[in-house]
Structures are given as structure tokens and as C-alpha cells.
Design a binder for this molecule. Structure first.
Ligand code: SF4
Length: 61
């Protein structure tokens, strides 16, 4: 599984990094994805963060 944060849409709220700290981290004012391939163990949290992002800046595939 992969996740991408649209840095132009992200408002830097930090929620994704709280929900899935193994997957997302803050880099300045935007969130970034820490890993190219998200392992199954982190997939649910990664997806949950994407669903809860207030501006839908996270795409998962
Ligand atoms: S939850 Fe969305 S808006 Fe908030 S930091 Fe993460 S990607 Fe950005």
C-alpha cells in the first residue's frame, strides 16, 4: 500500500501524524509520508488518517 500527501492541500494540522505516527510525520508546515511501501501492520492506521484528514489531502492506493 502507498500513501501520498498533497502538500498544496495539507493545512498542517498534524492529525495524520497523531493517528499513524509510523506512517506520517510533519515536515515544517506539511505532513509527509515516511515510507514508500506501507506494511500491512500500518495499513489500517494509514487509511484511517487519510479518511480523517480535514482537507482530504491524503491519497492511499
Ligand atoms: S491530517 Fe491532512 S491536513 Fe492534517 S497534517 Fe495530515 S495531511 Fe495535513
Amino acid at each position: 500500500m502507498k500513501a501520498v500527501v498533497d502538500g498544496n492541500t495539507c493545512i498542517g494540522c498534524g492529525l495524520c501524524a497523531q493517528i499513524a505516527p509510523d506512517v506520517y510525520e510533519m515536515s515544517g508546515d506539511v505532513a509527509v509520508v515516511k515510507m514508500a511501501d506501507i506494511p500491512e501492520a500500518q495499513a489500517a492506521d494509514a487509511r484511517s488518517a487519510a479518511e480523517q484528514c480535514p482537507v482530504s489531502a491524503i491519497s492511499v492506493s
